[in-house]
Design a protein around this ligand. Structure first.
Ligand code: NAD
Length: 486
């Protein structure tokens, strides 16, 4: 496909589609075919300025004056319209990310719509309190929007992770500047179209595409932005925290992980094998909570690893647009190279490769595919046990007893999620309490719901997404004192 034939996409600012001020464009590549599928505007500082102006004007305009219930109705319409356009938007998600269409259509897009539906219901239920203070005063609190919120999201669940931020931000009365990852901007732009279709006033949702180092950085430094909700790499999160210090912006950070999935000897082994497989290979392992460290009891290790490896070998990468495909393309050439580099490190450092380990070809000679990969006999100090790979590579580590399992599980700078498989209810809850992670799954893995909070311990970040807890990050509290003395 030639560059001139591809669709060109502009920035959404103040409900208008605008070219970037520099006129520069970025190519969007389909990772399954290596074709350029679109060109999107590459924004710069002047465009961020324009988006901030529009977002601020909307706070002082109709959006700021709208009743909470009416705001909730509009957020609900975003959910409904997303579902009406689900086929088309799922296809876009698959085209720019490489994930199987079955995942986009039946998991991610419905989950994004559900997130808007959930927070639409909250819009008119965010309340203050009256406080019995000392003296003759009426003292009450107002929960007010923070103001202009920037949502900066990565490429692995482009629309869903945007929804986790945009939905609570809008429900609480903020305005939003959404910055998708450079690799996957198309569904964020589709959300912008939907915002116009359902009648969000100008400036309430702006979508600014462009490289993180430029647009993301300009957002984080901008004095007119009150809060940054970020999901992405831990090193980017650290840099955002440093840059946000100058304007003392509020920030929430959802960062990387190296999540342990612990299998005790008394577990239902068939269920645990399925869970370990879904834990690492769902979403091609490009999942922040992926169960990338399998901790398995030495007593059952060889049977468990043999069966798991056999299962991994049966997962063959395929065309992401084929409804039967369950394992798609790695999201970009750069990410494929990262994954292959880690596989090489696993080999060099002496782990036993028991499944996969190679780049894959789906018969087209094109695309960034890799085999689902399992390493056994991994030692905790090896690179593949310590660093987030963000790909379909499982590092299996064994342990002798429960204390060793917990110690090894917690031996990581990350703390996003964890799993434990056992039939012993006391052990299950004991382990859940001991694990340093924001989410613990018992006899299951990789389940999520908008009503349940999600976020990190340790260097996996801070703040919680989804659930009522996220509302705290999109509102600020004002105390009002009224003198009642006569
Ligand atoms: P990334 O940090 O490179 O990019 C994320 C976003 O930040 C992109 O939009 C990017 O353009 C932007 N960005 C890059 N540099 C920036 C800067 N200096 N200032 C502001 N913005 C900047 O991450 P990625 O490679 O796109 O995503 C993968 C990472 O995201 C993994 O580490 C993964 O674990 C993490 N992740 C975490 C969660 C979670 O909820 N904890 C969910 C999904 C992904």
């Amino acid at each position: 496909m030639s560059a001139t034939a591809v669709e060109q996409k502009k920035l959404l600012i103040n409900n208008e589609w605008r070219a970037s001020s520099s006129g520069k464009m970025m190519e969007v590549v389909n990772p399954a075919t290596e074709e350029i599928i679109a060109e999107v505007a590459a924004a710069d500082t002047a465009d961020v300025d324009a988006a901030v102006k529009a977002a601020r004007a909307a706070l002082d305009g109709p959006w700021g004056k709208m009743s909470a219930r009416e705001r909730g109705r509009l957020v609900r319409k975003l959910a409904d319209r997303l579902l009406e356009r689900a086929d088309e938007i799922a296809r876009l998600e698959t085209l720019h990310n490489g994930k199987p269409i079955s995942e986009s259509r039946h998991i991610e897009i419905p989950a994004a719509a559900e997130c808007f539906e959930y927070y639409a219901g909250w819009a008119d239920k965010v309340m203050g309190e009256t406080i019995p203070v000392r003296g003759n005063y009426l003292t009450y609190t107002l929960r007010e929007p923070i103001g202009v919120v920037a949502a900066i999201v990565p490429w692995n669940f482009p629309l869903l992770l945007a929804a986790w931020k945009v939905a609570p931000a809008l429900a609480c009365g903020n305005t939003v500047i959404l910055k998708p990852a450079s690799q996957t901007p198309l569904t964020a732009l589709a959300l912008g179209e939907i915002a116009i279709e359902v009648g969000l006033p100008p400036g309430v949702l702006n979508v600014v595409t462009g490289p993180g180092s430029k647009v993301g950085q300009a957002i984080v430094e901008h004095p007119g932005i009150d809060k940054v909700a970020f999901t992405g790499d831990t090193s980017t999160g650290k840099s955002i925290m440093r840059s946000a210090a100058d304007t003392l912006k509020k920030i929430t950070l959802e960062l990387g992980g190296k999540s342990p999935n612990i299998v005790l000897a008394d577990a239902d082994l068939e269920a645990a094998i399925r869970g370990a497989t879904i834990g690492i290979f769902y979403g091609k392992g490009e999942v922040c909570a992926a169960g990338s460290r399998l901790l398995v009891d030495r007593a059952i290790k060889s049977e468990f690893i043999d069966k798991l490896a056999a299962r991994a070998r049966k997962m063959v990468p395929g065309d992401p647009l084929d409804p039967k495909t369950r394992f798609g393309a790695i999201s970009s050439k750069k990410q494929l190279e990262t994954v292959l580099k880690y596989i090489e490190a696993g080999r060099k450092e002496g782990a036993s490769l028991v499944a996969g380990g190679e780049r894959a070809d789906i018969g087209t000679g094109k695309g960034y595919f890799v085999q689902p990969t399992v390493f056994a006999d991994v030692q905790p100090e090896m690179t593949i046990a310590r660093e987030e790979i963000f790909g379909p590579v499982l590092a299996a580590i064994d342990f002798a007893d429960l204390d060793e399992a917990i110690a090894k599980a917690n031996d990581s700078p990350y703390g996003l999620a964890a799993g434990v498989w056992t039939r012993d209810i006391k052990k299950a809850h004991y382990v859940a309490r001991k694990l340093q992670a924001g989410t613990v799954w018992i006899n299951t893995y990789n389940v999520y719901d908008t009503a349940a909070p999600f976020g990190g311990y340790k260097q996996s970040g801070f703040g919680r997404e989804m659930s009522a807890h996220a509302l705290e990050h999109y509102t600020q509290i004002k105390s009002v004192w009224v003198d009642l003395n006569m």
